[in-house]
Write a protein that binds this ligand. Structure first.
Ligand code: FRU
Length: 468
């Protein structure tokens, strides 16, 4: 395998926006989470990584591991591109353990060499490791080549095991220009049989021209196809990001390769959420990580030699006909001290008054009344950087991030339960037990101040923890 050129590795020049408890690179660019798994006593997370600059570039696989899902240790780069099977990059993929060996299955990205970044081809490859640290690319690579009815978009294999087979789902674009998910199966991880598309976009504008990072799993007796479609056009207050994360729920008939499913939904409503991947913990919980993406906005941390981070681990559940996301229960272990705990009335703005609000968790429960407008706000040097507004009359929650266009979600009920995690440069909102989430970045050069307010004197319960 190619080696990282240590002399070219970029360094962080300013720690001001560095995250404390989110996975990010030591320096350099990060995008999708890859290869989530548990192997020999550790959780492993890999990520799309460019170590030589804070911009996207030839993709490597960065690597961290953890015993507890919250404290992460950086490991050497796991995959370096430039071998015949991945001349232009080691793109996204997943992991599986077979006979005590950890296998990564990933996309090889290749350019035609005509200086056109949009002219490429892709194939699928394997790498393996016995110690979970050093990886060898398989002599059988490439193990899957694109079928004839596919365009150049053919990537991001997500693997699982069921009923004596290994299965994988691949992100693809059919030659008619529509996004789809292809199902494959194998008995040895090397020879794969294409079982065909299990779902496909109706049209490119409403369902995407390419489905990146597909994932497939069973949860609460329901099969979920989760993916990141590209090119969906906004409809009213939905699909406002450049690319979205969507899912469809149903039942997969594995023999017929038929997925009977309902309509698709957006998973998170924030500005910074893309390219998710899930895995199952030893105790069978389904955990998701996403990329706190920002392809369309400048990321101020680029000036400091790094870019991007992953979301916190989130537990998924399927209930009331939709996916719920809650913070992984391990995150409670980040709590260092309780810094607020009270029941009061919002007859005036409530100011959180503890120090280091940038590393904290807040739980806020507000009893609503008709026509109430409630607000949570993060300011720095008097400037609002993030504002969440829940308006009972419109039944809508709005999140404003700096000067960007807002994002929205529908809400109902008589209580607003906000659970949020603030890190140096992000806030993740889990609302009403995970029914609604917003994933957001912010950039403060002075300490932050958070407040809660309402247009009426509503009862509120407040708790906050300092995290370390
Ligand atoms: C999603 C994605 C994947 C691809 C990877 C490349 O963000 O475009 O489809 O494998 O990023 O870095």
């Amino acid at each position: 395998m190619q080696k990282v050129d240590e002399s070219q590795i970029i360094k962080v020049t300013n720690p001001r926006y560095r995250q404390q408890f989110h996975i990010s690179t030591p320096a350099g660019w990060l995008n999708d989470p890859n290869g989530l798994c548990y192997f020999k006593g550790y959780y492993h997370v890999f990520y799309q990584f460019h170590p030589y600059s804070a911009e996207w570039g030839p993709m490597h696989w960065g690597h961290v591991r953890s015993r507890d899902l919250i404290h992460w240790e950086q490991l050497p780069v796991a995959l370096v591109p430039g071998d015949p099977e991945d001349t232009g990059g080691c793109f996204s993929g997943s992991a599986i353990v077979k006979d005590g060996r950890l296998y990564l299955i990933y996309s090889g990205h290749h350019y035609f060499g005509d200086n056109d970044q949009d002219h490429f081809w892709e194939n699928q490859n394997l790498a393996y490791s016995d110690d979970g640290i050093h990886f060898t690319k398989s002599e059988h690579n490439p193990i899957i080549e694109a079928p004839k009815d596919n365009t150049q978009h053919f990537r991001d294999p997500k693997i699982w095991q069921k009923d004596g087979y290994y299965w994988l789902i691949l992100g693809s674009q059919a030659t008619d220009g529509l996004g789809r998910a292809l199902l494959y199966r194998s008995t040895d991880l090397i020879h794969w049989e294409n079982r065909g598309p299990i779902a496909k976009a109706k049209d490119a504008k409403s369902e995407g021209f390419m489905w990146e990072c597909p994932d497939f799993f069973r949860i609460d007796d329901t099969d979920i196809l989760l993916y990141s479609p590209m090119g969906i056009k906004p409809v009213a207050h939905n699909f406002l990001n450049v690319s979205s994360v969507c899912y469809q729920a149903g039942q997969l008939d594995y023999d017929q390769a038929q997925f009977n499913h309902g309509p698709f939904w957006e998973l998170d409503h924030g500005h910074n959420f893309y390219a998710t991947q899930t895995f199952r913990t030893l105790d069978q919980r389904r955990i998701l990580f996403g990329w706190m993406s920002s392809f369309d906005d400048p990321m101020p941390e680029k000036a400091d030699g790094w870019a991007g981070c992953l979301t916190l681990p989130r537990e998924l559940h399927y209930q009331k006909g939709q996916l719920f996301m809650t913070p992984a229960r391990e995150l409670k272990n980040l709590r260092e001290s309780k810094v607020a705990s009270e029941a009061t009335t919002l007859d005036q703005d409530y100011f959180f008054d503890y120090t280091d609000q940038q590393h904290s968790e807040q739980l806020i429960t507000i009893d609503l009344a008709p026509n109430t407008v409630t607000k949570w706000q993060l300011t720095s040097a008097g400037k609002p950087l993030l504002t969440l507004t829940a308006d009972q009359t419109s039944g809508e929650i709005t999140v404003q991030q700096g000067d960007l266009k807002p994002r929205y979600a529908k809400f109902g009920g008589h209580q607003l339960r906000l659970h949020l995690y603030i890190d140096t440069s992000s806030v993740e909102f889990f609302i009403n037990d995970g029914e609604i989430t917003f994933t957001e970045r912010y950039y403060a050069d002075q300490p932050i101040q958070t407040t809660v307010s309402a247009n009426q004197a509503l009862p509120v319960q407040i708790k906050a923890y300092h995290l370390a």
